[in-house]
Design a protein around this ligand. Structure first.
Ligand SMILES: Nc1ncnc2c1ncn2[C@@H]1O[C@H](COP(=O)(O)OP(=O)(O)OP(=O)(O)O)[C@@H](O)[C@H]1O
Length: 240
């Protein structure tokens, strides 16, 4: 579903090799957790996957479609929620959702049904006629998530999705992620919350200084350590 081949990115500003020749293959139906210390290269990788940052080298494909050669077709399959979504503050919540619905050409009936469903799940119905500028960080996060879900993407890409969400919304988002994968869709997300990764991911990748230093299921990651360790212990050992 998602494939990264020899992907590298150096920021010219500071000559830092943020991502150093990484290879990844994420299958359909997988929840993939992308972990790593601060500054490891997670956001840089995600921005390259979603077409916001051009890799210096390498190739990224979604369902075989090259993200950089065929961006529109690739983006039709994806949804992306950044860690700090910048939305249009002057629009009302519902106007923003309809705007996204128009971009993805979602028919009216489906659109209404999906918007209603996710507004209920994320308890945002009461604020949907208010302007986004009046929303809290968590409310903006929820609106961005709803806008990412209404076109039912083949792959959902989330950068630190749990930050700012209240416990109930975080729980519901985890359920949505699992449910998507049960339907054969794919979820790729970065997080620092290791309990979440341990609980819901089919596979985990750990990046450090731009290199993938561990990749596999929890079972496989545990194989590297002598005893039955938690993801937190494995993570701390590997990233020391
Ligand atoms: N716009 C930029 N210009 C220059 N260097 C950058 C830029 N963005 C990121 N970097 C550098 O690239 C490296 C990787 O950063 P990145 O944001 O991808 O890390 P991250 O794993 O997402 O970190 P965090 O967990 O703190 O969000 C860091 O050394 C960072 O300083």
């Amino acid at each position: 579903m998602l494939r990264l081949e020899n992907v590298t990115k150096t920021y010219s500003k500071n000559s830092i090799k943020a991502v150093d020749n990484i290879n990844l293959e994420i299958e359909r139906g997988e929840v993939f957790g992308f972990l790593g210390p601060n500054g490891a290269g997670k956001t840089t990788t995600i921005k390259m996957i979603v077409g916001l940052l051009k890799p210096d080298n390498g190739k990224i494909t979604v369902n075989g479609i090259d993200v950089w050669q065929n961006p529109i077709e690739a983006k039709k399959l994806m949804s992306y929620v950044p860690d700090d979504p910048e939305l249009y503050n002057k629009l009302k919540g519902i106007e923003y959702l309809n705007f996204v619905g128009d971009i993805y050409e979602i028919f009216k009936e489906e659109r209404i049904e999906r918007i209603e469903k996710y507004l209920d799940i994320f308890e945002l119905k009461g604020a949907i006629k208010d302007t986004i500028g009046s929303y809290s960080h968590g409310m903006k996060q929820k609106l961005a998530l709803i806008s990412a879900l209404i076109h039912e993407p083949e792959i959902l890409i989330l950068d630190e999705p749990m930050v700012g969400l209240d416990p109930k919304s975080a729980f519901n988002l985890k359920e949505i992620m699992r449910d998507m994968c049960n339907k054969g869709k794919t979820v790729f997300f970065s997080t620092h919350i290791l309990e979440v990764a341990e609980k819901i991911c089919d596979r985990i990748g750990i990046i450090k200084e731009g290199n993938i230093i561990a990749l596999g299921t929890m079972e496989e990651l545990r194989h590297h350590s002598a005893k039955e360790e938690s993801l937190e212990e494995i993570f701390l050992e590997l990233t020391e």
